[in-house]
Design a protein around this ligand. Sequence first.
Ligand code: SF4
Length: 296
Amino acid sequence: MQCPFLKEARVRWCRAAGIRKPIPDTRSDDAACRCLSEAFRDCPWVSPEFRRAAPPCPHLEHALVQYCEASPLTRFVPFSEPLLTRCGSDAHKYCDFYLDILRAARPPLQGHEFAAPEDLLYTRNHWWIDLQEQGLCHLGVDAFLARLLSGVERAGILTPRGAAFPAVVFTCGGTDFTATFPARLRIEAVNPHLRLDPRRTLREPYSAGWLFRGSLAEDQTAVLKTLLVSASEARRLMEEDARMVNETLQSRHPAGAVPAMADGGLFEEGLLGLLEPEEALRLLSETGSAAAGRRR
Ligand code: SF4
C-alpha cells in the first residue's frame, strides 16, 4: 500500500532557462503563464529561431511527477523514480515525515503497558517484525525489551549491512547488552536515530524506534514464520516474563529491599541499568531475551 502523503502532479518547466524549476501544471494559473501565450516571444530565454512559433513556447516541457505532501520541502521526482520505493510500499509506515503526522497510529509507550500491535509478528526473544510485500521487512524490539533497556546510554549496530542475524549492543549502566534477532536476513538499512537518540527509539519501539530494514527470500520467510508468534501470544509472553523478572528480584533480595520495582509491582523502566552487571546479565538471559553482554 502506498503512503497517503505521496501525491502526483503534472509540472512544467523551461528547457532554456538557467535554472530548472518545475511548476505545478494547474489550470488556474494558465492565464498568467506567459509560456502558454503569445507573450512567450518577449521572454529573454527564447531562442531567436522560436520567436515566430505559435504558443505555447517550444522550450516548455511537461512531465508527470510525484512529491511528498508531508515533507516541509517539496521535491518533485520523476514518476518512476526508484527512490520512491518506500513511499510506494508499506515501508512508508516507518518514514519520519509520515510518523510526525500520524504518530497517533502507533503512540509512544505509556506507563506500564506491554502493547503489541496486531499487524506485527513477534519472536519469543522479544523482537517484532513487519513482513511487507516482496520480502521487505522492518524489525525492532518489543515493549518488554524496550522497558528493560529504556535507560540506555548508547546503542551500537553490530550488523550494519548484508546477510546477517541483525544485532544491536545497548549500553545501560556501563554494561553492554547484545540483542539479536533470531533469523538471518539481508540488512539494507538501520535506523539512523538509534545512535543519536537511542532512548527515543525505545520509547516508540514499534514505529520511530524500528532498528533494521531488510529483505528476505521466499524460503527464508517460510522458515522465519515458524519462529513467529501473534500479537496476543507476544503480550502473554511479555507479561509472563515480567512476572518472572519480579519473582526473580524478590527471591534474590531480602523482603523490603527489592531494587527497582515501580508502583504496581512492575519492574522499573531501565531496570538493566539499575542492577549490578552480573545480576542484570543473568536476569536478561533468564528471560530468554537472547541477549548477552559483557562488562565494559
Ligand atoms: S517521504 Fe514519507 S511521508 Fe512522504 S510520501 Fe514518502 S513515505 Fe510518505
